[in-house]
Design a protein around this ligand. Structure first.
Ligand code: NAD
Length: 279
């Protein structure tokens, strides 16, 4: 396993398990299995309705709390609720959260950001994140400079931005803003939500053969070597195991360049508003 350091000095595992669309009963089992296998980063969200299950899995795992990195997210309807952080802590059964995100723009997100800053100062959260705050693209470009607005008005800069990112869409524009500030990108849909077109790209099949790995493992390793944090979602124990088994090989610069060539500069989701509909 490998770790990165956030811009506030906090250590974060480079790979974790995602729990989007995973029902509580499956999330509890999968997170427990993941912790047994050595995962130490878990990503959940209020809107996923599985924070309680994640909390139960953490308790049952017997792994020390300080070894586990929990990231969760407030939904826009939480942004003006003074008790939102406390309620998330209660659902998780924890006394601090390692990384708390605003899930997406919408509602009073500046008020939401202030809630995060307050919780950070009180020690209830150890790092601050924003998710899906990049500018729209295509015909909507320039209509939502959410990230810039946060950076202009914040007291504490975010440590992480969680956004869609995979070899078909590598967030170059966003990274021009975040990388100079050492704001880490955490990739969601790292496997294109399991899209066979992405996973079966010939370049991944070729590299999988070269390293005796699966195509998915090549993609996940690519994320880590790009400097991204990665949280593949799965409730399948074999996939959960495979997705963590990434640390016995390295992609070369030439491999990375080949992967770069399949970039379509296209998201699966085109607009933030579609994410709201999707949830
Ligand atoms: P993903 O790209 O991780 O794909 C998950 C799917 O890929 C699984 O359902 C499975 O079908 C397939 N898969 C997983 N491991 C595989 C393997 N080894 N081989 C072949 N197929 C495999 O998509 P995701 O789970 O939606 O995204 C990852 C995580 O990101 C989520 O679980 C969630 O925690 C987070 N997320 C955040 C947002 C946001 O708005 N902030 C949005 C979506 C997801």
């Amino acid at each position: 396993m490998s770790y990165s350091e956030l811009n506030n000095g906090i250590k974060i595992p480079n790979i974790g398990i995602g729990t989007y669309l995973i029902k509580p009963v499956d999330a509890e089992r999968s997170v427990k299995q993941a912790l047994e296998m050595g995962y130490r980063l878990i990503d959940t969200a209020h809107i996923y309705s599985n924070e309680k299950a994640v909390g139960r899995a953490i308790k049952a795992s017997g792994v020390k709390r300080e070894e586990i990195f929990v990231s969760t997210k407030l939904w826009p309807t939480d942004y003006e609720n003074e008790n939102a952080v406390e309620e998330s802590l209660q659902r998780l059964g924890l006394d601090y959260i390692d990384l708390l995100f605003l899930h997406q723009p919408g509602g009073n997100y500046m008020a939401g950001y202030k809630l995060l800053e307050k919780a950070y100062k009180e020690g209830k959260i150890k790092s601050i994140g924003i998710s899906n705050f990049e500018d729209y693209e295509g015909e909507d470009e320039g209509k939502g400079k959410f990230m810039e607005e946060i950076l202009d008005h914040c007291e504490i800069i975010p440590q992480v931005i969680q956004s869609e990112c995979h070899p078909y869409y590598t967030q170059e524009k966003l990274r021009k803003i975040t990388e100079p500030k050492n704001i880490k990108l955490m990739s969601w849909f790292p496997l294109g939500q399991g899209d066979a077109n992405l996973i079966n790209e010939p370049v991944f099949t070729e590299l999988a053969k070269k390293y005796n790995k699966s195509n998915a493992q090549i993609i996940l390793k690519w994320h880590i070597q790009m400097g991204f944090l990665v949280i593949p979602g799965s409730k399948n124990v074999d996939h959960i195991r495979d997705n963590f088994n990434l640390f016995d090989f390295e992609l070369t610069d030439e491999d990375m360049t080949k992967i770069e060539a399949i970039n379509k500069h296209k998201k699966y989701f085109q607009k933030t508003v579609k994410i709201i509909e999707h949830m």
